[in-house]
Write a protein that binds this ligand. Structure first.
Ligand code: ZN
Length: 231
């Protein structure tokens, strides 16, 4: 089978916090699931610092946000959500994290990885920068025979991801038409009550406005944009 016709049916979304996948590309995730792709999430933190409520302890918030994330993922047809539970706000693109992510990539064998674009200008959240760099470094490492060779069992080949979709990018070169999936994106984001509150109408109009604006760039009613890297 040629590269062009190869079916890219396994997707791994690597993100820093619960709600990043849905805010980043929830419509596209729903579209991929509807097309029969196997979509899984790897969440590097559980968002345990994401509240201004001083009475909520980080571990309570983590449990709440993990439950919200599982519900949101279910709305989009995601098969599995894996939490690595690194500390929120303190994520580092360490060699250890790269090794951990490379091991997941080699085990789950995704054809497509979706991740935060770490090269967005003035990406101020340190976790977003670290998660994006860690993801692409792990994609690169997973391809190489001699990097983390202890992860390869017997005569197992290293895993070569075919495409990386960077969301939250300043350099979009690919648009996904999500006109039929905006409602799914809104429904999934509404699950993140601790972050978006209870006002569903306000959330819906904010999301519709955003996807419509992105759609204008590409002549689509509603779209999500990416920097797409093909290997
Ligand atoms: Zn985030």
């Amino acid at each position: 089978m040629s590269e062009e016709t190869k079916i890219l049916d396994r997707v791994l979304v690597i993100a820093a916090h619960p709600d990043d996948p849905e805010f980043g590309c929830g419509g596209t995730i729903a579209k991929w699931s509807a097309a029969g792709k196997d979509v899984r999430y790897l969440l590097l933190t559980s968002g345990d610092k994401g509240s201004k409520d001083r009475n909520l302890r980080p571990e309570q918030l983590a449990a709440k946000r993990e439950a919200e994330q599982r519900a949101a993922a279910a709305e989009l047809g995601v098969k599995e959500v894996i939490f690595l539970r690194h500390p929120d706000g303190l994520l580092e693109n360490s060699l250890g994290l790269r090794r951990e992510l490379a091991a997941y990539i080699r085990r789950l064998k995704p054809h497509i990885v979706a991740a935060i674009d770490p090269w967005r200008h003035y990406q101020l959240h340190p976790d977003h920068r670290a998660a994006g760099i860690a993801a692409i470094d792990a994609v690169w490492s997973a391809r190489e025979w001699n990097i983390f060779p202890e992860q390869l069992e017997g005569d197992e080949d290293p895993w070569r991801v075919s495409e990386v979709y960077f969301f939250w990018t300043d350099n979009p070169d690919h648009h996904e038409d999500v006109t039929d999936f905006v409602d799914a994106r809104i429904a999934s984001l509404a699950c993140h009550v601790s972050q978006v509150g209870e006002d569903r109408e306000k959330l819906a109009s904010r999301i519709r406005e955003r996807t419509a604006k992105t759609g204008e760039e590409a002549g689509m009613a509603h779209a999500e944009s990416f920097k797409l890297i093909k290997f």
